[in-house]
Design a protein around this ligand. Sequence first.
Ligand SMILES: [Zn+2]
Length: 316
Amino acid sequence: MKKFVSRSLILLLLSVMFAPFQLAAEPAPASTTATTEIPLSPQLNPELSGQESPSSSTALPSHSTLRPPTEIVRIAIIIDDLGYNLRRGVEVARLPGALTLAVLPHSPNGIALAELGHQQGKLIMLHTPMSNLQQLPLDAGGLTDQMTQQEFVDTLYSGLDSIPHIQGVNNHMGSYLTQLPEPMSWLMDTLAREQLFFVDSRTSPDSIAWETARDLALPTQKRDIFLDNERTAEAIGTQFDQLLRIAKRRGNAIAIGHPYPETVAFLTEVLPGLAELGVELVPVTQLIPKPALSSKPVLLEGKNSALQHRTRALNK
Ligand SMILES: [Zn+2]
């Protein structure tokens, strides 16, 4: 573990010294490969997908000009699949720093973990199950292509109401549903009405979720990296290096991880050292451009008051 953490930190230092002098956002890289999803509950399972092609973690940027070491880049880390395993969820909620926690709807420990996470200063999202190409069964609150619009919206609202402190949503599984225009427009319409944001987990390279959200002027962003599709310290270290590399290049980057012991151990070790290296861990809302009439992107506040404005007018 030490070895990989050290490697990440050394890489980061080198990047700070040698990276090009730029902070501006580039378009998020298109995510890559197809998905293999495995059933979730009551075990915790990731969407095994979108694995970014790992590249050497020792290579320096070839186009090197000096960057002031004071420049800060920002990363967000969403931990998915929370709500079923209490002990692991508590470990995640107590990790240091501004992690974002994504809790499964109607999960037996979802309320307790969302409350604990909120208490610990974590941003809380709903991790909504959606139908997948493997036709694996969905957990409670799952959205499918078989639902009428009314069933779909009712199920979504029921999930949103089942967990406190929800400020946004990302998809659990969803490699099939996120390719379908109609359910995606129902989803984003509802989230827009509730002033919630959406993060596309990118469990399929053909997902149109992000584009649909953007077209409806919903605050939205895409996942860049899955941290722990492979549950070893070495693989997680490699993915974390890749996250930092994207952040250095683009100014920010978003990762998704899961409450595995290996992931928790890695984050426990690496998170406290980020600040002194010029990397800031922020709630994912701070990396979501707020749709605005002006051409200049405005970033959302870390803690917005969206829920205060939520209404349930449509479908009760
Ligand atoms: Zn998930």
